[in-house]
Design a protein around this ligand. Structure first.
Ligand SMILES: [Zn+2]
Length: 287
């Protein structure tokens, strides 16, 4: 192979005979160029072209040795690409990404477990490999991330004020709840139960927004694990860990849409009692 040349057919449609003529023209021009090049190059007497290198005709023992280790390393170094990986994602983009994931799930436990598995995968990519079922700590961490993200999106101004240790404005609806940030940066509800003997999470439940998909998922979760309990019991169970402003109304509205409860509460149809006939007239007709 000395040279080659190709051309693609033009966009403008041309007849096949014309295309063949163009191909013939291209070939003739290429032939002339090659002939002129060979005359100058003296290919006829070029030993390397016709016979190859001299060691190629000898035994394989006489082949020149190449230090593959150094050459490989050099090649690898030349081919080495930048290994810089973007590891820090901005909080806002990460938060919006998580909010999109939250919106796609219709079950609280599934959502938490998916987030926990994703976190384990990221951890395994960076550090030592962890296998087996999810631990309770991983599930708790995933829950915290989900809650932090939702609180950040819904109570952004309040979190900023709490971080700066500024008081909430009088117009804030969260003012009566005496909210505060815990060590994980999660908003919790304060109040007069501070000195009670309840567990810390019962004394200071996690604040959830009144109207958010995550709040609906939490309500549904507690409703399901309590075997489709009523609004009062569901709210009581939720308040052992979470606090939803105007919770009674929110829970009641959501549970009224539960298809399972609707089906079991439905009253069966009853037959209306027919009108009694006059016995005297019936007897007179028969006898
Ligand atoms: Zn139900």
């Amino acid at each position: 192979m000395i040279t080659s040349k190709t051309r693609v057919a033009p966009v403008k449609s041309i007849t096949l005979p014309r295309l063949e003529l163009l191909a013939a023209l291209l070939l003739s021009e290429l032939y002339v160029v090659v002939l002129e090049s060979l005359r100058n190059f003296k290919l006829k007497v070029h030993k390397l072209w016709w016979s190859g290198p001299q060691w190629l005709s000898q035994d394989s023992l006489h082949f020149p040795s190449i230090d593959l280790s150094t050459s490989c390393e050099e090649d690898v170094k030349c081919e080495e690409k930048s290994s810089t990986v973007l590891t820090n994602v901005s909080t806002s983009s990460q938060g919006s990404y998580l909010l999109e994931i939250i919106a796609k799930y219709s079950c609280f436990s599934h959502l938490i477990r998916v987030i926990a598995w994703c976190k384990r995968y990221i951890k395994n990519c960076r550090l030592s490999r962890v296998t087996g079922v999810l631990t309770s700590k991983e599930v708790d961490d995933a829950t915290k991330i989900v809650i932090q993200t939702v609180q950040e999106s819904q109570f952004h101004s309040e979190i900023q004020l709490l971080n700066k240790k500024h008081p909430l404005p009088n117009s804030s609806k969260l003012l009566p709840l005496s909210i505060f940030l815990d060590t994980d940066g999660i908003i919790k509800v304060g109040g007069r139960l501070k000195n009670s003997s309840l567990s810390p999470i019962q004394k200071h439940p996690i604040l959830l927004p009144k109207s958010h998909h995550l709040t609906n998922l939490v309500i549904q979760h507690f409703h399901h694990i309590n075997l489709h309990s009523g609004p009062q019991l569901t709210l009581c169970c939720i308040r052992q860990k979470f606090w939803i402003p105007s919770g009674r109304g929110v829970v009641g509205r959501l549970l009224s849409k539960c298809p399972t409860c609707f089906r079991f509460k439905a009253k069966s149809g009853e037959q209306l009692m027919g009108i009694c006939l006059q016995i005297g007239s019936v007897l007179a007709e028969r006898f």
